[in-house]
Design a protein around this ligand. Structure first.
Ligand SMILES: Cc1ncc(COP(=O)(O)O)c(C=O)c1O
Length: 480
């Protein structure tokens, strides 16, 4: 055995990070225990390992629940206003895959162009044919807001045969579109509305937050309870409402996709997080919203920063526990600010992009953390002001789909230079941040407009995601 086997680099990195007195504004929402249900927080060492069990008598089976898991799922459904709920142990990703498999088999699905990559995974697994709607952009922040009901209406009218509509609500920035309005339109066509509510596990528990998907009439919603609901990472919930989806088909898809060894610790954390939200969610969120409001006010007073507020949105609501801060007024990029925040001040935020940084407050947010964030940004604004505002080109939305994502995914592909890729079918996704809206998805043609945009991105080395060559000097295309 080589000497290097004595190391455990991931474990060591986690141990090192745990020693830092950090102010955390990222998921998981429990913030290293600060927002965990007390029973979980008090479990230590041996007590925790004693819960790491499997399908022994008395502990039920996630794949055919009839006992305690069935009861816990029923209680989650009742708390969340659903007809039926399922525990997920591989994040919301698996729930979105299962929903698309349940509705999609080779049918058309309407979805926003900036849907999370788990939606693309679902399209590939199911073979569904995507019809994209371009989200509205909030130009001051360069970020995608959401989709308007009239856009859904138009897309349904002009694309006959749509089987289901998938929406993302609220989005990463906390912006929530008019889901109730969308649901009325989609239901009028007898079609189900599926909601990626990964960022909305907490919405139902406080009136000051946008309404949750089940209350808006969704047929299905997938929530990352681990993100903002206080459970452990990877634990999520899938809720069904109404009768437009066949619950047995959804359960079958989940059984196909989820592990046969689900973690009882994750499932117990879902059970406890549901109880915490149902019993004291309103109080905890009231505290979080008050803290967020004070923090927003202090941040808005810092010269060079602009904080996203409801006043910036028309036709959309906002989850005020998420703080989106435009930093272009400092002449810095969001990446630079994020870098300074953690290197110099031990402040860790959820996300940075060219124009903005995003800080999540959640059940575990503390006044000390918020104070650290404000003071760090005040200091950065004082010391670092520069004069290089970043300008990003607009994403072209002239899609020429030549293959379905699934067919492009399974097709033979090759890597070619960007110039050689003109007119070819892309075999991967390319999205530039901001606004993170893909310019290409698998199966789409690299048309002249898209080529020009990609060449510009490559020339200025702007940050892009999805592409296997981030410099965009080469790109994967289908061999025709
Ligand atoms: C909008 C959105 N949907 C879905 C997901 C997937 O959720 P999970 O990480 O729980 O699988 C994410 C994760 O970041 C997300 O941001």
């Amino acid at each position: 055995m080589s000497a290097s086997q004595s190391q455990a680099p991931l474990y060591q990195a986690l141990k090192n990070h745990a020693k830092i007195e950090a102010a955390n504004f990222h998921i998981p929402g429990h913030r290293q225990g600060q927002g965990l249900p007390e029973e979980l927080l008090l479990l230590d060492g041996q007590a925790l390992f004693k819960l790491d069990l499997t399908e022994i008598p008395g502990l039920d089976d996630l794949h055919t629940p009839q006992g305690v898991i069935a009861r816990a799922q029923e209680m989650a459904a009742r708390a969340c206003g659903a007809a039926q709920s399922f525990f997920l142990v591989n994040g919301s990703t698996i729930g979105i895959h299962a929903l698309l498999m349940a509705v999609g088999e080779r049918g058309k699905v309407l979805l926003p162009r900036n849907a999370h990559r788990s939606a693309l995974g679902g399209l590939i697994l199911s073979g569904a044919d995507p019809v994209y709607v371009m989200p509205e952009i909030i130009s001051d922040f360069g970020l995608a807001a959401g989709v308007l009901p009239e856009q859904i209406h138009l897309a349904i009218e002009t694309n006959p045969g749509i089987r289901a509509v998938l929406t993302v609500r609220p989005n990463y920035y906390g912006v929530a579109d008019d889901l109730a309005g969308q649901a009325v339109l989609v239901h009028a066509q007898g079609r189900p509305v599926l909601v990626d509510e990964a960022h909305g596990a907490h919405l139902r528990y406080h009136r000051g937050l946008p309404e949750d998907a089940m209350s808006c009439g969704a047929d299905a919603a997938v929530q990352s309870t681990h993100k903002l609901g206080g459970s452990l990472t990877q634990s999520s919930l899938l809720h069904l409402g109404g009768s437009r989806l066949n619950a047995e088909v959804v359960a079958g898809a989940l059984s196909l996709l989820q592990t046969t060894s689900p973690s009882y610790i994750l499932m117990a954390s879902l059970d406890l997080a549901r109880r915490q939200l149902a019993l004291s969610g309103a109080d905890l969120l009231e505290r979080t919203l008050t803290l967020a409001s004070k923090t927003r006010e202090r941040l808005a007073r810092i010269k060079g920063l602009k904080v996203l507020s409801k006043a910036d949105l028309v036709g959309f609501d906002l989850d005020l526990t998420k703080i989106v801060i435009n930093v272009t007024g400092l002449g810095l990029t969001g990446y630079q600010v994020s870098d300074l925040l953690f290197r110099r001040y031990n402040v860790y935020i959820e996300m940075a992009e060219a124009n903005n940084i995003v800080a999540f407050l959640s059940l575990g947010a503390t006044p000390e953390d918020c104070d650290a964030l404000v003071k760090a940004l005040e200091d950065i604004a004082r010391r670092e002001r520069r004069t290089h505002p970043v300008k990003f080109p607009e994403v072209p939305f002239n899609i020429k789909k030549r293959m379905k994502p699934r067919d492009a995914w399974f097709a033979a592909s090759q890597r070619v230079s960007l110039a050689e890729a003109r007119g070819r079918i892309c075999a991967e996704t390319v999205a530039v941040y901001p606004p993170g809206i893909p310019v290409l998805c698998p199966g789409e043609e690299i048309n002249p407009e898209v080529y020009d945009y990609l060449a510009l991105i490559s020339k200025h080395t702007l940050p892009c995601q999805g592409a296997s060559d981030k410099s965009l000097k080469t790109i994967k295309v289908v061999i025709e």
